[in-house]
Design a protein around this ligand. Structure first.
Ligand SMILES: [Mn+2]
Length: 665
């Protein structure tokens, strides 16, 4: 081991900057050329962390780092290396400062000049043209063209128009950074362009960067643009092999929720349908009104485009009997089972999935699997919170968790393919209104202005609320049971786990369990839900659901059941209450809850209070289209109205009237 004075001498003769550091991280000796790095008179006894920003312990593991540690001092770049002063002595380290200035300058220049590709797309271009008069049109397109070209010219980029609404832009990475820093002012200048349309002029940009070669970078740009369009346009998506990022214009945040996105998605669906030879629609297994109603909506969409369509429906329970019977007796729709669907599907088929986006939930997982194998286009229209196992590779993933229901989403889209001459049928309007009604608990929850607007449109299209009500009377008992089960849920582990018991014995306890468990996943913060019920034969059955972070399969297996990561179930010989205790035990074993959690279960009410603040944020994020944004008086009135049925009717009527008035203007 070297003595102190020897250590000081150790670096003395080094022909490059270096210093020794003791186990406390203090500098003990320096080489003469250390002044090239640090301009201070003496750095001895100073902490190495203060000097370099690198901790002593990090010096020990420099070799394990993927990227070298480089510091910038005196307009030079130094790579840091370190090693023990003498073998076997881990305490004293020698820190070397290797001048890599030239290398670093070239690297930065190289990185900065790397090519990025951007595809700029003018949103709703055809509609934009069609909604402007002949005289205005040419001025409008040249305004857009000029704005785009000038912006990129200022960023030393090359711009080529590749289609009427698309530009290909080649630019250097350093200018891309600059645009990110300034938040893409182009989005805002485009929005300032005046037109005669009732919607603003907007663009979407897909930016590809960091590909191994230009082909890959271009592919990244194409994928980024797809994402931007799928997310509603008027934004920039940057995609590199490692990550994707989203940027919106400054103006966007303050704007009220517009229907621009529904319009874009409607046009995307038109495009997909027109390319397809036939359309197959399916909802989730054990369909509910929303799944069925939105599937009927998509079916109508396909008919409007003159496409052969089929709806996959294997099994449905008593709650759908009335509505399905009506659909069948109209002889308008072709209901098929999985077997036939598998025979029909080919690579030119468009598969549309509604009211779910999880592979294990769909009506026919086999059909989805086969469609993916064949490379058929897949579209998803859903309103559930995004789960981790979402279906990958869909051509059109339209997932809007702010929307009340899948029926609301498709009702909005249908407005772009129907007119007075080609309307939707009364039954279709009722099916979608039924979907909205069930998912909003009769317009009491998750109801935004757009929900009422969609409902109003359906009503104008002939939906009779009395008929819709009749669809429900058949199953109001089951509906109440489920609602009660959800309301009685207890929450553990800071709301991450919800658990509830279904009251009484029921033939379809399993279905009710799973529906309640699904609904519990919609509660903010919930990652897994468990619902315990009893069949009419007195057997205890459990349904477990998860968003993906908690593996419910493992938990149900521990109880003798099985399933998937996110959907699982079990049966039990124990009575419901003891089954709940057993689930808690397993959760405890697996470390999902702590013994303390078991003591502080929250009720739905407590959860709601804790959630109120978050909810408010979400509402603002949603573009202010909710009651909370109304003034206090309006809130009172609206809340009073939705308490009773007449009031709800009244709200729909008012929304219809205002929509009509809007139209007449
Ligand atoms: Mn739904």
């Amino acid at each position: 081991m070297l003595k102190e004075q020897n250590i000081a001498a150790f670096t003395e003769g080094f022909p490059f900057p270096a210093c020794t550091v003791n186990a406390e991280g203090k500098v003990t000796g320096v080489s003469p050329r250390i002044s090239e790095v640090f301009i201070y008179d003496s750095i001895e006894d100073t902490d190495i962390f203060i000097l370099t920003g690198i901790r002593y312990k990090d010096l020990l593991s420099l070799d394990e780092r993927e990227t070298p540690m480089i510091i910038n001092r005196n307009e030079k770049y130094f790579r840091i290396a370190a090693g023990p002063v003498s073998e076997g002595d881990e305490g004293q380290l020698c820190v070397y400062f290797i001048d890599v200035t030239q290398q670093e300058i070239y690297r930065r220049k190289y990185d900065g000049e790397k090519t990025c590709l951007a595809i700029v797309n003018v949103d709703n271009f055809n509609e934009l043209l069609n909604s402007n008069s002949e005289e205005k049109r040419s001025g409008l397109t040249s305004d857009i063209d000029k704005t785009i070209r000038q912006f990129f010219a200022r960023n030393a980029a090359s711009v080529t128009k590749i289609k009427g609404e698309q530009y290909l832009v080649v630019l250097e990475s350093q200018y891309c950074d600059k645009m990110i820093e300034t938040k893409f002012p182009l989005l805002d200048s485009i929005r300032e362009i005046e037109s005669e349309s009732d919607f603003p002029v907007t663009i979407s940009i897909g930016l590809g960067r960091g590909g191994k070669n230009l082909t890959q970078t271009e592919q990244l740009a194409i994928e980024a643009l797809d994402l931007a369009l799928g997310r509603g346009g008027d934004q920039v998506v940057l995609k590199s092999p490692e990550k994707r990022e989203y940027y919106g214009g400054k103006a966007q945040a303050v704007e009220k929720g517009n229907k621009g996105k529904a319009r874009i998605v409607a046009h995307a669906l038109i495009r997909l349908m027109d390319q397809a030879s036939k359309v197959i629609v399916m909802g989730h297994a054990n369909p509910d009104m929303d799944s069925f109603g939105s599937a009927i909506g998509v079916y109508r969409f396909a008919m409007q485009r003159g496409k052969e369509a089929h709806l996959v429906l294997n099994y449905y329970n008593e709650t759908l009997t009335e509505i399905v019977n009506q659909a069948v007796s109209s002889e308008l729709y072709d209901f098929i089972k999985t077997e036939k669907a598998l025979a029909l599907v080919n690579e030119k088929t468009l598969l549309v999935i509604v009211d779910t986006h999880r592979p294990s939930y769909v009506e026919s997982p086999e059909l989805l699997e086969k469609a993916k194998e064949l490379g058929s286009d897949i579209a998803i229209i859903d309103h559930h919170r995004r789960a981790e196992d979402a279906i990958q590779g869909a051509a059109l993933p339209y997932m809007e968790s702010y929307a009340s229901s899948a029926s609301e989403l498709i009702a909005e889209m249908l407005q772009y393919v129907t007119d007075k001459k080609n309307p939707i049928t009364k039954f279709e309007a009722e099916a979608m209104l039924a979907g909205i009604t069930v998912d909003t608990n009769s317009f009491a929850v998750k109801t935004g202005v757009r929900t009422f607007e969609a409902a109003a449109w359906l009503r104008r299209a002939g939906a009779d609320t009395a008929t819709v009500k009749r669809f429900f009377q058949m199953n109001s008992q089951a509906f109440m049971l489920r609602a009660k089960c959800v309301a009685n849920a207890r929450f553990l582990s800071d709301g991450a786990i919800a658990i509830s018991v279904l009251e009484g014995k029921h033939v379809d306890a399993q279905i009710l369990d799973s529906q309640a468990a699904d609904e519990l996943l919609d509660v903010r913060g919930v990652r897994a839900s468990f619902v315990v019920g009893t069949t009419s034969k007195g057997r205890t059955v459990v349904s477990a659901r998860s968003l993906g972070q908690i593996n419910v399969q493992v938990i149900m297996e521990a109880m003798g059941g099985g399933g998937h990561l996110t959907t699982a179930g079990a049966q039990s010989d124990l009575p419901p209450d003891e089954t709940v205790d057993r689930i808690l035990e397993v959760l405890l074993e697996k470390g999902h809850i702590t013994p303390a959690d078991m003591g502080i279960e929250e009720t739905m009410e407590e959860r709601e209070i804790a959630d109120a603040a978050k909810e408010e944020e979400a509402v603002i994020a949603r573009g202010g289209e909710s009651f909370i944004k109304m003034d206090a008086e309006q809130v009172e009135e609206t809340l009073a109205e939705i308490q009773n049925e007449a009031g709800r009717e009244n709200l729909i009527r008012k929304a219809a009237e205002s929509a009509e008035a809007e139209e007449e203007k």
